[in-house]
Structures are given as structure tokens and as C-alpha cells.
Design a protein around this ligand. Structure first.
Ligand code: URA
Ligand code: URA
Length: 225
């Protein structure tokens, strides 16, 4: 037998062994071994149940310093969802995302898009305020992300708008700069994701508003398509 035939025979033997194993598993009722279901952690929960879960969350150290969990606000039927970084002092006090100075600018951006805050959904990657507004740690992102993932699964927005470096890099799993990520749609679990500058950045750099407005016009065109 040639080396090649030997290799082919070896391969066929492996295929036969795997097939036998899989068929046995099906007969035993382990059909999911063939098509593993990637279920999110809160896949069984509706939005109120996820909110309840978040409100009592003590998965990371951020629960120690928070006043309130800032879960998210807006329409659960929203076509557009904004995702920011984490609550600041004002958000932590009120339990509502984007109500401080940056939030008021976001509200004006939404109104310029001829929508109201109630028409969209607004949330953050991190639901509790990091002390002194420090950057969230990887373990905090990992602990908190299942809440956002389930919010997105339930709301099923047509477009997600990631606000600023942190949200864009976290959702897209990249270290690319916000200036290279913004301005075009990315795929996020089958959903269109636009990255743009954070409104807090715009407060310090008003020149960025033109870029953000361009990005929002692309979002509007996508929502109307
Ligand atoms: N900045 C954010 O990223 N989120 C808020 O909710 C407020 C400010
Ligand atoms: N730097 C940031 O952190 N966010 C922005 O949106 C822009 C620059």
C-alpha cells in the first residue's frame, strides 16, 4: 500500500470512529453534542428579570461603591441602541444612564436625529460607577457583559451605536483607535454597529461634532432603509 493510501485509510478510520461516537450520543439523547447551542448566560430571562438580576448584582467590586445600578432606559422595541462606558456620578445618583453633562449632549444628538430619548434604548457596558470614574478593569467587563448581551438579544436593535473608545473596543473586541473605528458599520452578532466619539469627548473637543453628525446621518439612513 502506498503512503498516500495509508494516510487516506487512516483518515477514513478516524471519520468512522467519530461517526460511530456521534451516532451513539444521538441515541443516548445528547443531540446537542452535534450542534452546540451557544446560549447567553441569561438566555431564559426577560428584560425585567435581567434587570432584577442586575439590581442585586455583587459579581465584582464595583457593587461596594455604587449608589444605584444603572441598567438602561428607553424603548424595548427600539431600532437604535446607544451603548456608553459606565455611569458617572450623576447617573449613579439617579440610576439613569447619560443624564449628566455628556448625557445632555447625547440627548441633543438624539433630538437632532429627529427622535426622542424614549424612542431609543440607552445603556452602558458597565452598570455600576467605577470609583472616581476610573477605567473599568477586565474582570469588571467580563462580569458585567452578560447583562448587556442579553439586553441586546431582547431589544434586537437594527443599529447599535457604540459611544467612545471603551464601548467600541469592548464590543468589537479590538484595540483599534476610535478614530479608525468610527464612521462605518461593523458587524456585532449580526447587528450593525456604528462607532463614534463619546459625547464627553465632544464637550472637550467640539470640532469632533462634525464627524459624529456624519456618523449619525449614516445611522439614520440605515434605520430608514
Ligand atoms: N458616560 C457614559 O459612558 N455613560 C453614562 O451613562 C454617562 C456618562
Ligand atoms: N477618546 C475617547 O476616549 N473617546 C472618544 O470618543 C474620543 C477620543
Amino acid at each position: 500500500m502506498s503512503d498516500q493510501n495509508e494516510a487516506v485509510n487512516g483518515y477514513l478510520q478516524i471519520v468512522a470512529t467519530v461517526r460511530e461516537y456521534v451516532e451513539e450520543q444521538i441515541q443516548l439523547g445528547f443531540a446537542e453534542l452535534i450542534e452546540p447551542e451557544e446560549e447567553s448566560e441569561f438566555a431564559q430571562l426577560d428584560i425585567e428579570q435581567v434587570r432584577d438580576e442586575a439590581m442585586g448584582c455583587e459579581r465584582c467590586e464595583l457593587h461596594q461603591g455604587r449608589n444605584t445600578v444603572v441598567f438602561g432606559v428607553g424603548s424595548e422595541e427600539a431600532d437604535l441602541m446607544f451603548v456608553g462606558e459606565a455611569p458617572g456620578a450623576e447617573e449613579d445618583a439617579q440610576g439613569v444612564p447619560f443624564v449628566g453633562r455628556a448625557g445632555q449632549l447625547l440627548t441633543r444628538i438624539i433630538e437632532a436625529m429627529e427622535m426622542k430619548r424614549e424612542d431609543v434604548y440607552i445603556a452602558n457596558v458597565i452598570k455600576c460607577r467605577p470609583p472616581g470614574n476610573r477605567n473599568p478593569k477586565p474582570i469588571e467587563i467580563e462580569s458585567c457583559e452578560p447583562f448587556l448581551l442579553r439586553q441586546i438579544e431582547l431589544i434586537k436593535p437594527k443599529v447599535i451605536c457604540a459611544l467612545g473608545t471603551f464601548a467600541a473596543q469592548t464590543l468589537l473586541g479590538t484595540k483599534q483607535s476610535i478614530s479608525s473605528l468610527r464612521g462605518r458599520f461593523h458587524d456585532y452578532h449580526g447587528c450593525k454597529l456604528m462607532a463614534t466619539y463619546h459625547p464627553a469627548y465632544l464637550l472637550r473637543n467640539p470640532n469632533g461634532k462634525r464627524d459624529v453628525w456624519e456618523d449619525m446621518q449614516k445611522v439614520m439612513a440605515e434605520l430608514n432603509s
